[in-house]
Design a protein around this ligand. Structure first.
Ligand code: NAG
Ligand code: NAG
Ligand code: NAG
Ligand code: NAG
Ligand code: NAG
Length: 368
């Protein structure tokens, strides 16, 4: 669905060489006041679980009652009633099923091997003390780095429907297909799953779909895909994410449910949890179908895989995006403070780490 048609594409401009994973030595003075701050933050972030599942990758997945999830801590959602899944999604057949045979049905999350969440609960990756100890900022824990407008004169994003040249994604390297318009009401793709190397703590790499609209001095976006983010998650696994911001990531913009707002409805799939299998050269390619669709009440729904509705971004959270998106982007992003600065450039990889001319089986692609 959607009012625009997008061609199948192969994307990627990627870093060929790689891989010195520096081992990071954590040394932080532990003071009891830091401990107290961390305990308080954990209490705020984690919700009581009906059941907890220990995953092989060290994650703990809490099955939280659907009405106890973090979304309901958002002031705009105090009286929110969970929406029924729109009928157009119930009989939705993702293009991965219709067309390509690239092993989307084998895609799974590691924690699913260790158990499942009961009815009326949703799986939420528990934030542990060690996650907070790794964070470079407790205050901005889980959030994407801020973006700025380079439109010095107006310093706002009104022009976003025409171009997003004014969006300055500081310290980021991006490679994507962008479409501009005024009325996008959905976007989807089969995203090839890889496990690119990340050079050092604080850096991350993503493959994602982004829908954007302007919001006065800021831009709003909703985004979903996979990423590797060692600082946030403590390992180098590729993980499923879904983010939203209404202020260019200044106060919102988390990769999972850490920023309250997204209403999670699926009991089978967790945001921030590992997703695989990974594709490799000369071998089977795996892909995950990700679709983001607007409903007439202004909510945006996230659907993955084979018709699994993960949840939705409620209209209450959104400004102009409530009506439609003006920009859609498909592609990859690397965040590093060594981007566009004095060499050496970061060796963190995007996509498969291979260049686009490697084509199928080598370069990371998005199709359909
Ligand atoms: C929730 O409902 C109460 C009582 O009807 C009302 O006073 C309040 O403004 C509502 N809050 C929101 C965010 O809609
Ligand atoms: C995956 O899809 C591509 C492009 O549609 C096709 O060329 C290839 O043969 C498929 N691979 C497998 C293993 O089905
Ligand atoms: C995917 O969806 C198709 C069509 O609805 C169904 O036949 C198939 O069993 C589903 N596969 C999985 C793995 O859920
Ligand atoms: C944003 O910029 C446009 C022109 O590009 C201007 O008309 C509008 O008043 C500005 N809005 C704000 C909130 O500054
Ligand atoms: C970008 O990197 C520089 C260090 O090179 C850092 O000081 C700055 O805060 C970073 N900005 C953002 C928005 O991440």
């Amino acid at each position: 669905m959607g009012k625009c048609k997008v061609p199948t594409l192969l994307f990627e401009v990627f870093f060929t060489l790689c891989c010195m994973l520096e081992s990071q030595v954590e040394a932080r003075a532990s003071s009891s006041s830091l401990d107290r701050e961390i305990e308080a933050k954990l209490k705020l972030l984690n919700k009581p679980a009906v059941k907890s599942i220990k995953s092989e990758d060290g994650d703990i997945i809490d099955c939280v009652h659907i009405y106890k999830q973090p979304a309901f801590d958002h002031p705009a959602l105090k009286n929110h009633t969970i929406k029924p899944i729109p009928s157009f999604l119930l009989d939705y057949e993702p293009s991965s099923v219709r067309g390509t045979p690239n092993a989307s049905s084998q895609v799974f999350q590691l924690w699913q091997k260790s158990g499942s969440c009961p009815k009326d609960t949703v799986p939420i990756r528990r934030i542990q003390k060690k996650d907070l100890l790794r964070a470079s900022s407790l205050e901005r824990f889980g959030q994407k780095p801020k973006a700025y407008s380079t439109n010095k004169k107006n310093h706002n994003f009104t022009i976003l429907g025409v171009t997003d040249d004014y969006v300055n994604l500081q310290n980021r390297s991006v490679s994507h297909l962008s479409t501009y318009g005024f009325n996008f009401i959905g976007a989807s793709a089969n995203i090839n799953i890889w496990n690119p190397k990340v050079e050092k703590k604080g850096e991350f790499t993503t493959a994602q779909i982004i829908l954007k609209a302007s919001n006065g001095d800021f831009f709003e976006s909703i985004e979903a895909g996979w990423m590797v983010h060692p600082e946030l998650y403590g390992d180098s696994n590729s993980r499923l994410f879904a983010a939203w911001t209404r202020d260019s990531y200044h106060t919102t913009g988390c990769f999972d449910l850490t920023c309250k707002g997204f209403v999670h409805v699926a009991s089978s799939t967790a945001l921030g949890a590992s997703v695989g299998p990974y594709s490799s050269r000369f071998n089977q390619q795996y892909e995950i179908n990700i679709g983001i669709y607007w409903d007439e009440d202004g909510n945006w729904w996230l659907n993955i895989k084979n018709g699994t509705v993960i949840g939705y971004w409620p209209a209450e959270l959104l400004g102009n995006l409530r009506h439609s998106a003006t920009v859609v982007q498909w592609g990859g992003q690397v965040y590093s403070d060594k981007v566009k600065k004095a060499p050496p450039h970061t060796s963190t990889q995007m996509g498969s780490g291979d260049s686009a001319d490697g084509r199928f089986g080598f370069a990371c692609y998005m199709s359909n």
